[in-house]
Every structure is written in C-alpha cells, then in structure tokens.
Write a protein that binds this ligand. Structure first.
Ligand code: PMV
Length: 352
C-alpha cells in the first residue's frame, strides 16, 4: 500500500488568445480555441497524504513542510469547488489509469494541503495552477504503484494530456498548464505547439490586488449578453490561426499585436455586457500607455483583472524591469519566465 505523500506543482499560464465563453458549462468546453504561454515559477503546490482519521477528504489550511509559498485564503465556495474536483478525480482515476495499464487503489481519506508561490494579494488568478496541481497530485495519490505512475507521467505525453483534460473539468484554463512553453486548447484537448520565438519573460505589473467582483464562471456567461458577442468566436478563431503562424515564424510583432487585440476584445465584452462590469482601471491604462513609450519590443495582455502582463524577450527582462520600476515605483512587479508545465515532485518521505 502506498504510504508516501504525493506532491505536485503546476504553473499558471497567461493566454494570448483568450478562452471566454463556453459551449458546455458542465464539461468546460470552449467557444473558441485559445493559446497561452506557460509560466515557470508562479505556481501552486498540492500535497496529498492519507489521513489517519475521518471519513471525508479534506483541505487543511496549512503549508506542507518544506514546500514554498503561501496558503491561499479560499472562500467556502472555493473550498467546495476544490473538493468537488477531488471527488471527480476519485471517480475518474480507475479508468484513466487503466488506459495506461495502471491500477487505482483506495488510499483512504485524502488530506490535501496547498500553497501558491505568488502572493494572494497580487491578484493573480490561481485556478489554472491549482486545478492542474490538484489533478496531477490526485491521480498520483490514487495510483496503486506510484513509482510506475511517476515513470509513465514522465515518459507518456498521452497521459499528460488525459490529466490535462480532466483538470479542465474543474477549471477550463488549467488544461493549458500541463505543457509548455506554448499550449493550444481546441475543444476537449490541449497540446504544445511549435514556436521559434526567443525565450520570453512575463513581468506582471500589479496595479491592484482587489478580489474579483465577478467570478470567471459568471464572466463566461455574461459576455454572451454583449452586442459584440456574436462575432467573438470568429474573431478569436482568426487570431488563433494567425498566432499559430506567427509562433512558427518567430514573428514577435504579430504575437504582440494579437496579444493586445485579444485582451482588448475580451475586456470590451465585459464592459458592454448586461450588466456591464470592468476590471480595467485608470492605472491599467497608465501602464499600457507608458509601455508604448519605452521603444523596445513587448507584448502586453490582461487576464480577467487590472494587472498588466508585459511579455518581453528574456534578454530585455532587466531593462523592462528597471524602466517599469522607475516609472511606477508604487507597483510590485512579479517577474517570471516561460516554463514547461505541471510536474510531480520527489516523494517527501516514505516509500515512493
Ligand atoms: O479557467 P477559468 O474558467 O477561470 O477561465 C479563465 C479565462 C481567462 O483567464 C479570463 C482567459 C484565459 O484564457 O485564461
């Protein structure tokens, strides 16, 4: 019987062509294909071990020993969504493992602990990284032979993709956190795509750290009330195709144009929905205007929040960091780089 704790880490990702609107809200199937850059450090750790008592899986608000990051403050609804996804993993793991010639095992009640390496106050969405990490740790926890699972996870791209598709059912955008650096999501599947761009960094200018007023679940529904919605899937499809071509060609100017256009498109949908809502602030606009004056290549995008992601070649990371800090000393800047997706960490004691 497996005894050791399992520990998984999954990074966040930043979409260049956004996932906004669903064709199926139970399975989280998207209206349009999306494409993101996987990050390296901004991530979630999930540790699971078999509880000694109790009859129900539970989330413990503590950092696992030796694991970096902050324990997130989850709302009761957030905790319920997290545990509901673990329940989904329990029902799906036996068939999923069997597909890859492994067996599931009832390891008993799961005690789950999680941390984020980005500060809660930074207002970075953690659903992609947390549902990806929970899915990987959850299936590993339920595998009879965890060493075999570890080996197959490292060597079988098909297994990684099946786990990603399962994570999607908990949070859509988490499907893109299993590979990298560039991941496309079409329908029920996500996969890495070819790119010849120089290695990139993402500088997140944290202009505000308020909690989201409108959840992403609500945003996916409400955008459909905007008069600009009818053309949105077609616009996103066109940008997605252009972006795939630009990545292969190493065409950073086109990458940058699409990033900005699609972020604007998504935020305009929010701002013209009924009732309208908005994440962009005066500070968001000031940062965007400043970036255009620096005179070095960059791509700017926004998630469903006011903070500005400034994507630049790694070779220009220091220059951009310095220029942004000089102009906006009041805003923290989180610096991350492109990464390769979710990973299982070495076992933390016990067999494994
Ligand atoms: O995964 P969800 O349902 O939280 O959707 C988030 C979607 C955006 O982050 C706003 C855009 C994207 O493609 O990541």
């Amino acid at each position: 019987m497996p005894k050791e704790r399992v520990l998984a880490r999954a990074p966040s990702n930043i979409a260049i062509v956004k996932y906004m609107g669903k064709t199926d809200s139970t399975l989280n199937l998207p209206e349009n294909p999306s494409l993101s850059m996987t990050l390296a450090k901004l991530s979630t750790y999930v540790e699971i071990h078999a509880g000694k008592s109790g009859t129900q899986d539970r989330l413990v608000a503590e950092a696992p020993p030796g694991v970096p990051g902050e324990v997130p403050t989850l709302s009761p609804a957030g905790i319920e969504k997290f545990l509901a996804h673990f329940a989904r993993i329990r029902t799906r793991a036996p068939n999923l493992l069997r597909e890859f010639e492994m067996e599931a095992f009832d390891s008993g009640v799961g005690e789950i602990r999680t941390t984020n390496t980005f500060p809660h106050a930074a207002g970075i969405a953690s659903s992609a990284s947390s549902f990806a990490a929970l899915t990987l740790a959850g299936v590993a926890f339920l595998a009879r032979d965890r060493s075999l699972f570890r080996a197959k996870f490292a060597s079988t791209p098909g297994l990684r993709r099946r786990l990603a598709a399962l994570a999607r059912e908990g949070s859509g955008s988490s499907i893109r956190s299993f590979e990298g650096p560039f991941v496309a999501w079409e329908g029920s599947e996500a996969f890495s795509v070819e790119a010849t761009l120089p290695a990139l960094s993402d500088l997140v200018v944290v202009v505000a750290s308020r909690e989201k007023k409108v959840s992403s679940r609500e945003a996916h529904l409400r955008v459909r009330t905007s008069s600009a919605w009818s053309g949105r899937p077609a616009r996103a499809h066109t940008r997605y195709a252009e972006l795939r071509t630009a990545l292969v060609a190493g065409d950073f100017p086109t990458f940058a144009r699409i990033a900005e256009e699609d972020a604007n498109d998504m935020h305009q949908l929010f701002e013209t929905a009924e009732p309208a809502f908005s994440y962009r602030t005066k500070e968001t606009r000031q940062v965007m205007e400043f970036l255009a004056t620096v005179g070095a290549p960059y791509a700017a995008t926004l998630d469903a929040g006011p903070n500005v992601h400034v994507i630049v070649p790694q070779s220009a990371e220091l220059l951009w960091k310095r220029r942004i800090a000089e102009e906006f000393p009041q805003y923290p800047v989180l610096v991350d780089r492109q990464g390769t997706g979710a990973e299982l960490m070495a076992p933390l004691g016990g067999e494994g």
